[in-house]
Ligand binder design. Structure first.
Ligand SMILES: [Ca+2]
Length: 184
């Protein structure tokens, strides 16, 4: 007596466990009748997408920003390396909080010789922090980091705190970047 099971995926969810059903089948193959029984079992299936609760992003500028950016110019990070939860939008540089919680945000701003840039981080309309880089004889960079409670749908972005001088730099030697992740 042989048994044949047809494995038919029933549902795929965002969770790591989903149900696969084994369907009963009676058939006749080459003169032999196979009597098959109903059975079900749980199997582990890789998730088809990231759980909504995991949020982390990292993006950097692929090239320099133009010189002398004006106050409140929003910085856009066009090279996205990580975007779990899909909160970061490279079209406008805005991170839209997917799920409420305690988040860490970090950014680095790099300037070339004679450069000056003060970059502030904004949650909706409220400034939450700032970091600057300035140097007359060398290249320079500054990094900021904040820990903040945010709600789903909040907009988090980086902008010039005041008028800049020279270009904001970003190439293989140093990146101007924006990242964040959900702590809990
Ligand atoms: Ca400096």
């Amino acid at each position: 007596m042989a048994e044949i099971f047809l494995i038919r995926p029933k549902t795929l969810s965002n969770q790591s466990i989903s149900m696969t059903e084994t369907k009963a089948l009676s058939t006749n193959v080459a003169g032999y009748t196979f009597n098959l029984t109903d059975t079900k079992k749980n199997v582990s299936v890789p998730p088809t997408s990231e759980p909504r609760d995991q949020v982390a992003f990292y993006a950097y500028m692929s090239t320099n920003e133009p010189a002398n950016l004006p106050r409140h110019h929003t910085l856009i990070f066009d090279t996205v390396k990580t975007n779990m939860g899909l909160g970061y939008h490279k079209g406008d540089g805005i991170f839209i909080v997917p799920t409420a919680g305690l988040y860490v945000f970090s950014w680095t701003v790099t300037v070339e010789i004679n450069g000056w840039a003060s970059v502030e981080i904004v949650v909706n309309a409220e400034v939450q922090g700032a970091a600057f880089a300035e140097d007359f004889n060398n290249w320079d960079s500054g990094t900021g980091m904040i820990v903040v409670n945010v709600d789903a749908g909040d907009h988090v972005f980086l902008r010039m705190q005041e008028n800049g001088r020279a270009v904001i730099h970003s190439n293989v030697r140093g990146r101007t970047s924006f990242s964040g992740w959900k702590l809990q």
